[in-house]
Design a binder for this molecule. Structure first.
Ligand SMILES: Nc1ncnc2[nH]cnc12
Ligand SMILES: [Zn+2]
Length: 326
């Protein structure tokens, strides 16, 4: 039973958090036929490539600053209602650009949503700007430059998501250099669709504090030891991994094995309605299906807070609250 536990999440994509009913309402508002990616109240995709296509189609239905403010506030309110005290939202300025809203208005809407949610529920949240790998190295560099010059106090990290099988990490390394120089925290999707080599490449070329997923590192014992030694945090998203077929079932999911091997791991929902999940469900899966104790689960929440891309003062406040109330 994890309902009462304090929670934190550091890996959720904003468009990936859009409930199907909200997306349907957006489609009606803009006169768009959703049959190709949303039917009978569920997102439609069969594999990772189709998932990315559906994701981009959903993103194209959020078209105004207010659309993004409402989406962000609603997601954070849901997190707050299950005792989540901290959230990092992954956002992609490219998606704002692609629908003609523009990156500034896109980001402003998301910030409005964060401020409203904070005022109403107390939840603390920050933004991780992401480049989408399948949009190509130039766009990922542009996303990093955008994040660097935004000088927005809520933008604290940089990520790369999207089609992991496209190109090499080396093609995208410059984007991470730009983000690092701007003082942003670094995380990168790796070891999700591709094998351990992608995690090794990420460690060698990006030197991130955290890795999105990283779970296929389990295929290489020496790499697991390296992650444990480095203290790299893996933002693990079990429900996403099972839905996308990265592992056959929760019994073969390596979350507990990684943790037991000394790798710093935490629990996240990634794109919850796409994968039939929620942060609440991910915590329940760790507890009920994977048999992890509340102490182990609290360890993972504390890891998420320790690894948060947030100023030291806010981090200390969050950790104090967590340690006193958990
Ligand atoms: N699980 C995932 N992997 C890569 N890119 C994504 N964008 C949204 N969700 C993603
Ligand atoms: Zn992700």
């Amino acid at each position: 039973m994890t309902r009462q536990l304090l929670k934190a999440e550091i890996h959720c994509h904003i468009e990936g958090a859009a409930p199907p009913a909200v997306t349907e309402a957006q489609a009606r508002k803009y006169g768009v036929d959703t049959a190709a990616f949303l039917r009978d109240g569920a997102y439609q995709w069969r594999d990772f490539s189709e998932f990315l296509i559906a994701y981009d189609a959903v993103a194209a239905l959020f078209r105004t600053e207010e659309d993004y403010a409402l989406l962000t506030e609603a997601y954070l309110a849901e997190l707050a209602s299950i005792n989540t005290i901290y959230s990092e939202i992954i956002v992609s300025p490219d998606h704002g650009d692609r629908i003609g809203l523009g990156a500034d208005a896109y980001l402003a809407g998301i910030c409005d949503g964060i401020y409203s949610a904070k005022e109403k529920t107390g939840i603390e949240a920050r933004i991780i700007v992401t480049g989408e790998r399948h949009f190509g190295p130039d766009r990922v560099v542009s996303a990093a430059e955008y994040a660097a010059r935004a000088k927005n106090p809520l933008v604290t990290g940089f990520n790369m998501a999207g089609e992991e099988r496209m190109g090499l990490v080396a093609d995208y390394a410059r984007a991470f250099d730009i983000a690092r120089d701007a003082g942003l925290g670094l995380t990168i999707h790796a070891g999700e669709v591709c094998g351990p080599f992608s995690v090794t490449d990420a460690l060698d070329l990006v030197k991130p504090a955290r890795i999105g997923h990283g779970v296929r590192a389990i295929e290489d014992e020496a790499l697991v030891a390296r992650l444990a030694e480095l203290g790299t945090v893996l933002e693990v998203c079990p429900g996403s991994n099972i839905a996308l077929g990265v592992f056959a079932d929760f019994d073969s999911h390596p979350l507990k094995k990684l943790k037991d091997a000394g790798v710093r791991v935490c629990i996240n929902s990634d794109d919850p309605p796409f994968f039939g999940t929620s942060l609440a469900r991910e915590y329940e899966i760790a507890s009920q299906t994977m048999g992890m104790s509340n102490t182990e689960i609290n360890d993972m929440t504390r890891t998420a807070l320790e690894a948060a891309f947030v100023d030291e003062g806010t981090k200390a406040t969050l950790l104090k609250r967590f340690d006193t109330q958990s």
